[in-house]
Design a protein around this ligand. Structure first.
Ligand SMILES: Cc1ncc(COP(=O)(O)O)c(C=O)c1O
Length: 345
């Protein structure tokens, strides 16, 4: 029996009722299209107020669009982007960054999804040599695709390194709310302050229907962004609905409540499954994902009941994601089912 909710992805979750209400409330009369409306203005102001120094804020439709357009603003087709091998821009955007920007992606294997200066250094060669793509961007994901977190000091080391080498630091924050909630510090302290130049700020994975924002802490990089957003097919005409959602997202800290709940459910899931024999947790659950190796033959059986994604086909590593609407009962039922399957097989 397939359950109502599973652990496949926070993208599979629905829309938080407060956000759905906000959409209904915004659905009243006409509003100027393409972002020149009161909802977009209000949400832009709210995002800016989260930072000591206001960023430039632009709303877009998808996380891939946010990443690709942000990266596009940081270099030219002769440049390269350095990221972790697991980065969404490397494995899950169907080559959109390469196609749209023309840049080369240099992906680095990591044990935990996190880049360090040491692992970037070997890529810093051929600088100024016309036969070589010129490294221009370091792109990190916070939290990473494997559910781990960068500390503010780790981000600062990467930003300082990038800036000292005439490069920029890009952050894919599709789940930045989960990082802010988990680290229990302000968003400013894990983005602008340590030196991020451009942030993709996600909404969809944390209770919104759709909508993301590109934030420019380095304001010079925003010059001409509005033209590229249009060319990049990310300028939504009925933008008021993104603005209305973001306003509801920030009202009474819904974004942090949703993210913190999802994180807690992931921790609970990790606690429940880690003592089951033959379950090997592969990453520390620091945000809303749990990664584990389980016997391969069990995967399809478990997927019949709760669909989820296999992360590594070779090792049998799987990914279980929690969402704002995951319940304790979902977690307990899933862990019991896993335990029973383990006993039977
Ligand atoms: C880390 C990360 N970045 C970006 C995205 C892209 O989002 P979208 O599917 O809206 O393009 C995702 C989506 O799952 C993601 O997990």
């Amino acid at each position: 029996m397939k359950r109502e909710r599973g652990f496949a992805s926070d993208n599979n979750a629905g829309v938080h009722p407060d956000i759905l209400n906000a959409l209904t409330n915004a659905n009243n009369g006409h509003a100027i299209a393409y972002g020149n409306d009161e909802y977009t203005h209000a949400a832009t102001k709210q995002i800016k107020s989260l930072f000591d120094i206001e960023p430039e804020v632009y709303f877009v439709l998808t996380g891939t669009g946010a990443n690709v357009l942000g990266i596009h603003m940081m270099g030219g087709s002769f440049n390269s982007v350095i990221c972790a091998e697991t980065a969404h821009i490397n494995v899950d955007e169907c080559g959109a960054p390469e196609k749209f920007t023309g840049m080369k992606i240099i992906s680095i294997p990591t044990s935990n999804g996190k880049l360090t200066v040491q692992c970037i250094l070997p890529q810093m060669h051929g600088i100024g040599f016309e036969h070589h793509s010129q490294p221009k961007i370091v792109s990190i994901t916070q939290p990473t695709e494997v559910g781990t977190l960068y500390s503010p000091s780790e981000i600062k080391l990467l930003a300082d390194f990038a800036h000292a080498n005439n490069m920029y630091l890009h952050m894919d924050g599709a789940r930045i709310s989960n990082a802010v909630a988990a680290l229990n510090i302000s968003i400013d302290e894990i983005t602008r302050k340590p030196g991020v130049d451009i942030l993709s700020f996600g909404g969809t994975k944390n209770g919104m229907m759709y909508g993301e924002a590109v934030l420019f802490f380095n304001q010079q990089l925003a010059t001409n962004f509005k033209y590229f957003r249009k060319q990049g097919m990310q300028l939504g005409s009925k933008m008021r609905y993104i603005g209305a959602q973001f306003s509801a997202f920030f009202k009474d800290d819904l974004w942090l409540k949703n993210a913190s709940h999802a994180n807690k459910m992931a921790l609970l899931l990790e606690q429940k499954v880690k003592s089951i024999p033959n379950v090997k947790i592969t990453q520390k659950a620091q945000a809303n994902g749990v990664f584990a190796i389980i016997p391969k033959k069990l995967i399809p059986k478990l997927q019949d009941e709760y669909f989820f994604y296999v992360w590594d086909e070779e090792t049998g590593e799987v990914r279980w994601m929690c969402s704002f609407d995951t319940t304790k009962e979902d977690v307990s039922e899933f862990a019991s089912l896993l335990e029973n399957f383990m006993k039977q097989n």
